[in-house]
Design a protein around this ligand. Structure first.
Ligand code: S3P
Length: 169
């Protein structure tokens, strides 16, 4: 693991992608997003992948990609899908990639940020507010277990979040 590598984990809508981009400017390191890498590799969007091949197929691709990334000596920032840390083997792989930073978020904030979003297949249901609450609750332990650093993001400006991360790495 390279000392300044950062791996951003957290629920959908916690800001992993935007924090990853801003952090990459600040630290002058490249950034990779595992969902985008999977989309490029599969030639379709995450929503299409879920619809055509199912969640289990997506999860297998996710773990396979993490394994490949962990083999490489890549210096940079990674942001990963919200469900990635749920599998214990993924948590171990994430730690091999770098320092794991959890962007911890409350369910109400997720709902405010993502209501009306159509890009997250897991939230396309009759009651997304309840789905967010349940899914987040069921994942919280895995998130915290997989994290080296925890940053609470609710009500914070981007700069504040970046400052907290940079201080900890
Ligand atoms: C998922 C989160 C998504 C994407 C997929 C599944 C999840 O990524 O990987 O839709 O299980 O929480 P984001 O967290 O970037 O939205």
């Amino acid at each position: 693991m390279r000392s300044r590598n950062v791996v951003l984990i957290g629920f959908m809508g916690s800001g992993k992608t935007s924090v990853g981009l801003r952090l990459s400017y600040r630290l002058r390191l490249p950034v990779e997003d595992t969902d985008r890498l999977i989309e490029r590799r599969e030639g379709c969007s995450i929503s299409e992948l879920f619809a055509e091949k199912g969640e289990e197929y997506f999860r297998r691709q996710e773990t396979e990609l993490l394994r490949e990334l962990a083999e490489r000596n890549y210096a940079g920032i990674f942001s990963v899908g919200g469900g990635t840390p749920v599998r214990p083997e993924n948590r171990a792989l994430l730690r091999r990639l770098g320092k794991v930073v959890l962007l911890r978020i409350k369910p109400e904030t997720v709902y405010d940020r993502l209501k009306g979003d159509t890009a997250r297949p897991l939230l396309q249901c009759a009651n997304p507010r309840e789905r967010i609450r349940q899914l987040l609750e069921s994942r919280q332990e895995a998130y915290e277990d997989g994290a080296d650093v925890i940053v609470d993001v609710d009500g914070k400006e981007m700069e504040e979040i970046l400052d907290e991360i940079v201080k900890e790495i």
